[in-house]
Each structure stands twice: as C-alpha cells, then as structure tokens.
Design a protein around this ligand. Sequence first.
Ligand code: NAD
Length: 437
Amino acid sequence: MKNTDTHGSIIPSNSYKEPAPITDKENPFESMMERFDHAAKILGLDQGIYNYLKNPVKQIITSIPIIMDHGGIEVFEGYRVIHNDILGPSKGGIRYAPDVNLDEMKALAAWMTWKCSIVGIPFGGAKGGIKCDPSKMSKGEIERMTRRFTSNMLDVFGPDKDIPAPDMNTNEQTMAWIMDTYSMHTKRTEKAVVTGKPSILGGSLGRREATGRGVMIVSVSALNKLSINPKNAIAVIQGFGNVGSVSASLLHEQGVRIIGLSDINGAIYNKNGFNIPEVLEHVEKNGSLKNYPKADEISNEELLELNCDLLVPAAKEDQITSHNAHKLKCRIIAEGANGPTSANADNILQEKGILVIPDILANAGGVTVSYFEWVQDRMGYFWTLPLVNERLERMMDEAFINVYKSAEQYNVTLRIGAYILAIDKVAKTLKIRGIYA
Ligand code: NAD
C-alpha cells in the first residue's frame, strides 16, 4: 500500500482503500473521525460528500536520504497529507519527531481544514512531518534533511498550492530553509511559500505569540459567558512551550491567577498564583520549570485535577481521556494543544458540565496570523503589531460567537458545534464547485 520513492511519491485517495490500522482505541485520527461522524449525522451530510471529506485528497510518503556528519548516509521518512483544498491552498505545519506517522498526519491535516473553515480564512488543511529525532542531530544534518524534504516536495508546496508552517521541533529557521530551497528552484524569492518565517524574511509581527493570544481571547470570552470576571479567575496550564507560556503571560496580564504550570520535566503549584514574568525568566535561565523556587512540585496527573476555573492543556495529544476526565475539577477547558481530549473523554466532560473550547477554535490564532503573513508577503506591505493583534482579536471573537451560536442551535457541545460549522461551510463550497470528472 505504501508507495515510496526519493522524489516524493503521491498516493491518490482512490488508491487508498483501507484505513490505516488503528492500534490505540483513542488515537487522534479516531477521535477526529468520531466528532466528524457526529457532526455529519446532525447535518444530514450527503453520503458522497461525507466520503469526499472523510478522506485526505493527497497522502505523500517520501524517502529523505542525507549525508550525516559522520560521512554515512541515513534515510528518513517524510510525510505530507493534504486533507482538503476546497476553500483554498492547503495550510499546515511540519513536525520533526520520532513518533511521526501517517495516521497522526491525517488527523492533524483534517483539523487544519476545520480550523481554517471556522475562523473564515481561505485555506484548506494539510500537515507534514519527518520521522526523526532532531535532539540527536546536528544543525547541519537538520538543514540538509529539511532542504532535501523541500526538494522532494517541490511539486506539492507553493504559495497557491500548499503552504507549510512550523510545528513541533521546527521553527523560524526551518521555514527559512524551506523558503530558500523552494526559491532556489523557482529562481525567484518566494516568501509566501511558508509562514512562521523570521520577520526579516517576511514573517508577520505577532505570529510567534498568535496561538497563545488566541487561547487567551477565547478563554476570556468563555469566562464572560459563565459570568466569571477574569480578575477573579483561577487557571492551570499544562505545557510551557510556545502556546503554554504565551497563554500564561497573556492570561496573567488579564489578571487571571495561574496556580499550576507544567512542562515535560514536571508540574509546579502555587496556590497564591505565579508571577509569570518571573517564571519566564527562570525558564530562560534554566531551560525548564524544574526547581522554580516559589512552588511545590506536583505530578502531571495532580496538575490536571486541580480545582480551577480554566484549564489550558497546551502540551500534546491525549492528555484528557476516559481514565482521568471524571477527576477534573475545572469549569472551562481551552484546548491550546491539538487533540488533548479524547472522544471518550468528551462525553464525561459534558456530563460534568465542563465547557470545552475545542482545539479547532481555541488554537486557531496561529493559522489566522499565518494567513495574515501570507497576505502581507503577497502584498509586499507589512502591518504593525497593533494592527495584527486587533485583526486577530476580531476574527477569534467572531469565530467564538459563531461556534457558540451553532452549539446552541443544534443543542450540542461547543466541539460538535464547531465541527458542524466547519463541515457545513466546506460541504457547501464543494457542492457549488461541483465534482470535476
Ligand atoms: P512546544 O514544543 O513549544 O511546547 C510544548 C510544551 O509541552 C513544552 O513545554 C514541553 O515541555 C511540554 N510537554 C511535552 N510533553 C509534556 C507532558 N507529557 N506533560 C507536560 N508537559 C509536556 O510546542 P507548542 O508549539 O507550544 O505546541 C503545543 C501544542 O499546541 C501542540 O499540540 C501543537 O500541535 C499545538 N499547537 C501549536 C501551535 C503553534 O502555533 N505553536 C498552533 C496550534 C496548535
């Protein structure tokens, strides 16, 4: 079934007859499909359109041979899944990690389609990655791997076709290498082929903070819905990377008391609330939250179970599952991470009356400012930071209101309301475009 060559082979969807095996009962792809099915049923989606939207339009697996620093050749496996490009060029991050796999890419690509649809930006959804352990590779090896992957993807990437962005273990530098490699081949500087670039190369101001800023905006909206003044609110944040640390800073600025924080090395608790700028300084110096002096150490499990108004899972997938959902004591969950809650956990959270702001809404700030970056690159005219933030706030606020209305109209959770909204828009666009044959 797997079709691999060194130039980036394409597996058209019609040759992909069997779904990838699902080993974990609550894996991200299965979780995504459960929500999709639920929303599709409520919408009464036509069976043909259901089949169209369920399958990615393109799945690419490519071999990436590179010469390592020791002189030998190593071959890595790279992926790009384009879930859908009905609304516009596909958009989605590239991650480097040892456990990258096709199933994960498919779920993440579909989430991108729904995310773009919800916030009203003219993009489809994609995701890519390379199975590798970047912590064991030199900068030169990572650069060669990135450039070879880009060269394998020359027919796929493009400012009007498919636009990568950073994700786990990739950053502004990775995007600069992709942009440069692509530009070398097209014989012109093509800034709009990636987003999340350094600002000197056409990156947008505010892009780095955009996802966390979006999380803060929707969290404040949700607190307001429950008549909780942010200044009296208590929050817990899991993950202190890009999304977690920016969410923490901006919520702290809103007066929210943050009593729990965590990263891969452990969790910390301070019932009086953390001084987030001080915590950021500690992390800057020590590389981790560990040994932060004004805190008690607790386990990751204990962190998630703290009594609070707002819980922001901003680390990774599958953190809230049927195993721990019944122990949660928060009133709102704002999903900074992609897929932190399994489909089984959704039912438990609903029974407990916890308001979940789903990932496809809560963390859509990143792709929204990526869209702003693409627009600015194409205009060759760059916006000020206040303008970027003001436009982001407006789009996140509108998306929150629309998702809320959809949930009320169909009497479902915000998550299913968000899926209904997203799928309905893509399905309507598909109907009008028609099926080319
Ligand atoms: P990051 O690598 O900057 O940060 C991840 C953080 O989570 C780190 O602090 C890490 O130590 C911590 N972590 C990892 N495993 C953990 C565990 N088991 N328990 C507690 N903490 C753990 O990544 P990021 O960019 O902040 O992304 C986090 C999540 O948000 C991912 O799911 C990503 O897909 C999603 N997301 C990111 C963006 C973005 O713009 N960066 C946009 C949308 C969604």
